[in-house]
Write a protein that binds this ligand. Structure first.
Ligand SMILES: [Zn+2]
Length: 350
């Protein structure tokens, strides 16, 4: 039943977009890839170690991509691994990017004591209503994640709208995962960024990205990233595989002022016991859940909060509803083991 109403919602959104004159998503499909026309992308392979300024078209008869390079040349490139064009990562076309930074009137970004930024309803939202929809502002290939994610961030900095995009990126939480990303960052360090800066970039991706199937990639969204996890969520999120767009809808009535929450895991996760849920979230996502349901089921002192606890928030606000011992134990669990120095890159950093 829920699935049916969600499909109805997606269809209604599509019709709304077509009728309202919103910019159509010009998605090009080719060589197993789907890319927005006008995206900036990176070319991979020995002959193509350069930046594509704009993806113009996919010529299906020739099975080639038409691309404009940074130096103004227009080229046709094949899509094979050896000699051609692979979308390592891409930024959306500018018009879509800027539209993406606009705030829908139903929500606002708010600061919570323990989990940083969150989304709050600015109006009453009834069950099954669409809350917002959003395209990713950055997409990275999944085959070489860390390198692609760093390259995507650097191209975002170089974009004409770089400042706004960079602040959207930096608004995303690192979730206290920098420590866990240090080893990977040490392999990527160069003269452009320190290992700590790279670790922060990787942590933001790890903490906020949404898996996309077509193309196999991970995407970063601005508002969607502010949705807090809850084991009794008030919103559900769907991804339109054709465009990578996320659709967020209310799965129960939401009151004005309430935080918008979603389940970060698969539906079956919600059937698990309290301790199993906590263990899973700590291991896979690096936080302990303090949603109302977990607080109730843990039998601990009630926290006036529905969301998550990260190493950083434990550190900055350890006494809000927690004993000092438990806060320290949680912080230690969230920090994980210290990164091990390895290889030349690490020595360069030292
Ligand atoms: Zn929970």
């Amino acid at each position: 039943m829920a699935d049916r109403s969600f499909r109805g919602f997606a269809l209604a959104l599509l019709v709304l977009c077509l009728c309202s004159g919103a910019p159509p998503c010009l998605l090009l499909h080719g060589n197993g890839r789907a890319v927005f026309r006008g995206s900036v992308g990176r070319l991979r392979g020995p002959a193509w170690a350069e930046l594509c300024e704009e993806i113009l078209d996919f010529r299906s008869q020739e099975w080639r991509w038409s691309l404009r390079l940074r130096d103004g040349r227009t080229v046709l490139a094949e899509g094979s691994e050896e000699q051609g064009f692979l979308v390592d990562h891409c930024l959306l076309p500018e018009a879509l990017l800027l539209g993406n930074l606009a705030m829908p009137k139903e929500v606002r970004v708010t600061e919570t004591a323990l989990a940083g930024k969150a989304l709050e309803a600015t109006v009453d939202i009834s069950r099954n209503r669409g809350v917002f929809q959003e395209l990713p502002f950055l997409v990275a290939d999944r085959s070489d994640l860390a390198r692609s994610r760093l390259a995507a961030f650097r191209d975002l900095q170089a974009h004409p709208e770089g400042e706004r995009l960079q602040s959207a990126f930096e608004e995303l939480t690192t979730g206290g995962l920098e420590g866990r990303c240090m080893e990977e960052a040490a392999h990527l360090v160069d003269s452009q960024n320190s290992v700590e800066e790279i670790a922060r970039v990787l942590a933001r991706w790890q903490c906020n990205s949404q898996r996309m199937s077509v193309p196999p990639a991970s995407g970063l969204y601005r508002l969607h990233s502010f949705l807090q996890h809850s084991c009794a969520p008030n919103c559900a999120v769907g991804v339109l595989f054709s465009t990578g767009e996320v659709l967020v809808r209310a799965i129960r009535d939401i009151c004005k002022g309430e935080l918008l929450t979603r389940n970060y895991e698969r539906e079956a996760f919600l059937e698990l016991q309290y301790s199993e849920r906590q263990q899973h979230l700590l291991q896979t996502r690096g936080f302990a859940c303090l949603c109302k349901r977990c607080t109730r089921e843990s039998g601990e002192k009630k926290l006036e909060y529905g969301g998550k606890l990260t190493a950083d928030s434990v550190k900055t606000d350890p006494l809000r509803g927690l004993t000092a011992e438990r806060a320290e134990a949680l912080a230690a669990a969230l920090r994980g083991p210290a990164p091990r120095p390895r290889g030349r890159a690490w020595l360069t950093w030292l």
